[in-house]
Design a binder for this molecule. Structure first.
Ligand SMILES: Nc1nc(=O)n([C@H]2C[C@H](O)[C@@H](COP(=O)(O)O)O2)cc1CO
Ligand SMILES: [Zn+2]
Length: 172
C-alpha cells in the first residue's frame, strides 16, 4: 500500500487549528482563533511545533454572561473595551515561552494593539485568511508597524476550502 496523498498541508493544518480554537469564542458576531508555530529551522529540528493557541474572549474572572457582547452603542455597553483578541491571548497563553522567530496563524488580520504585542514578542511572520477590516485605521496602523518592523505578512491561499471533523466514534 502506498502512502495517503490527500493529507492536509502544514499551512492548512495550522490555520485549521486557529479556526478550531475560534469555535470556543462566545462572541456572537466574530469568532477569531490564532495559533503560534515555531520557526522553520534549517536543520529541521523543532520546526512546525505549536507553541500556543488562543481565541477572542474575556479576561479570566470576567463572566461571559455578565459582560456585554454588543458591537454597537455606548463603548462601555459593548464588548470592545473588554475582549482580549485571539492573537494577544495566544501570546499570553505561551506564558513567557520564547516566541522569537515564530509564525502566527490567524483567521483575521491583526489590529494595531495585537500588532504591537506580535512585534515585541519576536513573531516574524503573520499568516492570515481574512482582511475584512483592511479599510479601518487599526489595520492601516498595523500594516505600517509590521512593515517597519520587517514582519512578513502572508495571506493564506488554502489548498482545501473545507476541513471536516467528525466526533462520531463510528467514523474513526
Ligand atoms: N484580529 C482580530 N482578532 C480578534 O480577536 N478580534 C476580535 C475582537 C472582537 O471580539 C471580534 C470583532 O468583533 P466585530 O467588530 O467583528 O463585531 O473579534 C478582532 C480582530 C480584528 O482586528
Ligand atoms: Zn487585536
Amino acid at each position: 500500500m502506498s502512502k495517503r496523498e490527500d493529507y492536509i498541508s502544514w499551512d492548512d493544518y495550522f490555520m485549521g487549528i486557529a479556526l478550531l480554537a475560534g469555535k470556543r469564542s462566545k462572541d456572537p458576531s466574530t469568532q477569531v482563533g490564532a495559533c503560534i508555530v515555531s520557526a522553520n529551522c534549517t536543520d529541521g529540528s523543532n520546526s512546525n511545533t505549536i507553541l500556543s493557541v488562543g481565541y477572542n474572549g474575556l479576561p479570566v474572572g470576567c463572566s461571559d454572561d455578565e459582560f456585554p457582547w454588543d458591537n454597537k452603542g455606548d463603548l462601555l455597553e459593548t464588548k470592545y473595551p473588554f475582549v482580549v483578541h485571539a492573537e494577544l491571548n495566544a501570546i499570553l497563553n505561551a506564558r513567557g515561552k520564547s516566541l522569537h522567530g515564530s509564525k502566527l496563524y490567524v483567521a483575521l488580520f491583526p489590529c494595531n494593539e495585537c500588532c504591537k504585542a506580535i512585534i515585541q514578542s519576536g513573531i516574524r511572520e503573520v499568516i492570515f485568511l481574512s482582511d475584512k477590516y483592511s479599510q479601518t485605521d487599526a489595520v492601516k496602523a498595523s500594516k505600517r508597524m509590521f512593515s517597519a518592523a520587517g514582519v512578513k505578512l502572508t495571506q493564506l491561499n488554502p489548498q482545501v476550502k473545507k476541513i471536516e471533523l467528525s466526533l462520531d466514534i463510528n467514523t474513526i
